[in-house]
Design a protein around this ligand. Sequence first.
Ligand SMILES: Nc1ncnc2c1ncn2[C@@H]1O[C@H](COP(=O)(O)OP(=O)(O)OP(=O)(O)O)[C@@H](O)[C@H]1O
Ligand code: SF4
Ligand SMILES: [Mg+2]
Length: 320
Amino acid sequence: MSERHLNIKSLVMYYRTLRGEVKAVDDVSFSLPKGETIAVIGESGCGKSSLAKSIIRLLPRNVSVYKGAVLFNGLNLMDLDEETFTKEIRWTKITYVPQAALNSLNPIIKIGDQMIEPLLLHQKMSKGEALERAAKTLKAVGVNEAFLHHYPFELSGGMKQRVIIAMSLLTNPELMILDEPTSSLDVLTQANIMNLLKNIKRELKISMIFITHDVSLSSELADKVAVMYAGQVVEFSDAETFYKNPLHPYSQKLMESVPTLRTDKKLGFISGSPPSLLDPPKGCRFADRCPFIFEKCIKDPPIMHLNEGFYAKCWLYEKE
Ligand SMILES: Nc1ncnc2c1ncn2[C@@H]1O[C@H](COP(=O)(O)OP(=O)(O)OP(=O)(O)O)[C@@H](O)[C@H]1O
Ligand code: SF4
Ligand SMILES: [Mg+2]
């Protein structure tokens, strides 16, 4: 594998709640070479957004455990104090489009003023310079710079999402984290935003973590795939291999549930539901729903290394 730009090692993040600890990110590891996109896929509640927040360090107050390593160009981001992290990493080298970001634009502040705020604050630009950068970036995402003087309510959903993507591009980041960036858009607008992301990837060579529950959408952008299930990555793979031949039984079920137009193959579904993250099973977390379950699965499967750093967390891939 080429240079590891992002290397996540044994990342753990739990929330404290009245009912106990929610093990939202539970020993997650993967790496991503520079300029590539990793799709993080999995069912609702499996911990995708929690993983994103753990990387960008936007953690709510009730986080009880936060440990492991997030190496970015060799530097462990978890060792940085909050001031250094804010100044040098968050919204500069790493940017983040949160889930449901469409609602995050302030309705009473003009687009331009919202866009330039981080540039004035973190990059110490003059207002003129910042506005110039904002206009250029808006143009790059296909929005006329005249919209700098508009309020968010004057924009369609697709335009707002372009503005939000532009905001995350303003600082020429090395890595963008996009959490379900198209989930509330209609299919045509969704396709336009996906094309925009593909252009950004091709032309600006920015690495991306693309979070989605939509497997077919993920295939449009991914170079690598991480499949999450119940707080863990159960398969980490090269995209080309993954979409042809997913290995983990959960990944296989996910792929079977993707509708295709060209075959009359029956759509698969995954019976049952994921375990509670308050008290996940001691053995394999997918055991209750797995068609291949066997005796060994009562023990927690370790990561079974395949080629080039890829893995499946399943006893089926234990080497003799
Ligand atoms: N602030 C919080 N406090 C306590 N539990 C939380 C908090 N945020 C998320 N959770 C819980 O952590 C688990 C993982 O949630 P998360 O939002 O990361 O999942 P997700 O994969 O992003 O889901 P979705 O696809 O619905 O966005 C869920 O059980 C969720 O209820
Ligand atoms: S470890 Fe066992 S139960 Fe879990 S996915 Fe693999 S075969 Fe299925
Ligand atoms: Mg989420």
